[in-house]
Write a protein that binds this ligand. Structure first.
Ligand SMILES: *Cc1c(COP(=O)(O)O)cnc(C)c1O
Length: 360
């Protein structure tokens, strides 16, 4: 094997098969006494199927997700939210207590959390705060990845909290430069809200790209905890050996299948279009407020906003019952809040609540 994944895979996991659950057994019986499940269903007989452990990757869900994301079943791993995908990536490809990952802060915190819990170093190449928005420096990140011998380079696009949309060309350059060295993980949790189509086309060209998607944001299903990693079948195989044996609870899978009906997906696309429109309107209105210093362009369903007095802005919103994400503890974002796009009524209330604040 000479693929990038096989080069980056932990040495001690090369022969590791993962937990051999009862559910994986290929026996063709109809009375299953191999998993210590209860022989009796709960009183609610509609829940008879919940008596058994679920399969690690329930076929109906995998087929639906593969259709939704336009990839082959073998290219997709369903995970307990994309949070689990991040964790499994770190555990499969970084040596415990060693190796490194590369990120571009300010960025989603779970990459660093998973790395820290694994004893893996986090190399940070800060994104640059430019007049036209945030820019992750991918060539510099690539250089740092190769220099540190890092296994994973995380690019969040659309960026949370920056709103940055990294162009496919920049991602392509990074994937190429990392071949044989590291995996490029593109966290596309907000891809539905983006102008440019997703980075998934890179999968056809490179063996070292992993795309993360989730049902938590655009699909309004955060409580079901379902995300996916999309990558080469080889990478998916490796990740499934590291993943928990029964990560997806049956009620969550059922909820997801209901929420992913053709009709729901169509309705959902309409809502995403509305959020994108509202985002632009909200940004225009925010920019006209005296208390606002800067509104970053955003490819997500949120805006990162700098205020003259972030505390006053936070308090004014809270007085109206509106809770936004406070980023003041993040270096470089001491005067910033992240505001998710709400319903038109909620957005109007945001503007109204901030309108009375002054410019200092
Ligand atoms: C919300 C979010 C996730 C986590 O999604 P889950 O699927 O709910 O775990 C991953 N990445 C980014 C950038 C996010 O903002």
């Amino acid at each position: 094997m000479s693929t990038t994944a096989s080069q980056v895979l932990r040495d001690d996991l090369r022969a590791f098969a993962g937990y051999q659950s009862a559910r994986k057994s290929q026996q063709q019986g109809h009375i299953f006494l191999n998993a210590n499940e209860s022989p009796f269903a709960s009183d609610d007989w509609t829940r008879e199927q919940w008596r058994h452990y679920p399969s690690q990757q329930p076929l109906a869900l995998i087929e639906r997700l593969a259709a939704l994301y336009g990839c082959a079943k073998e290219q997709l791993l369903a995970t307990r939210g994309s949070d689990e995908a991040i964790d499994v990536l770190v555990r499969a490809f970084c040596e415990p207590g060693g190796s490194a990952i590369v990120t571009a802060p300010p960025v989603f915190g779970m990459y660093a959390v998973c790395a820290k819990l694994h004893g893996t170093r986090v190399v940070e190449i800060p994104a640059q705060d430019k007049a036209n928005g945030w820019h992750s420096d991918l060539p510099k990140m690539v250089a740092a990845t190769r220099e540190a011998g890092a296994s994973l380079m995380f690019v969040c696009s659309p960026g949370n909290p920056t709103g940055e949309g990294v162009h496919a060309e920049a991602l392509r350059g990074a994937a190429r430069a990392l071949q044989g060295h590291a995996l490029l993980v593109v966290d596309a949790a907000y891809a539905e809200f983006q102008d440019e189509v997703s980075a998934q086309c890179l999968l056809a060209e490179f063996d070292n790209v992993v795309i993360l998607r989730t049902l938590s944001k655009a699909h309004a299903l955060a409580a079901a905890r379902i995300g996916v990693a999309i990558a080469s079948p080889e990478i998916i195989q490796i990740l499934s050996r590291v993943q928990a044996p029964y990560p997806l609870a049956a009620p969550a899978v059922e909820a997801a299948l209901t929420a992913l009906s053709e009709a729901q997906v169509t309705a959902n696309a309409g809502q995403v279009a509305m959020v994108r429109e509202s985002r632009e309107q909200l940004q225009d209105e925010l920019r006209q407020l005296a208390c606002v210093r800067k509104v970053y362009p955003s490819q997500g369903n949120f805006s990162l906003v700098r205020f003259a007095d972030a505390q006053a802005a936070f308090d004014a919103l809270l007085t109206a019952g509106i809770v936004v994400r406070d980023f003041r503890a993040t270096p470089g974002l001491e005067n910033a809040l992240r505001i998710t796009v709400g319903t038109p009524e909620q957005n109007a209330l945001v503007i109204l609540s901030l309108a009375a604040l002054g410019d200092s």
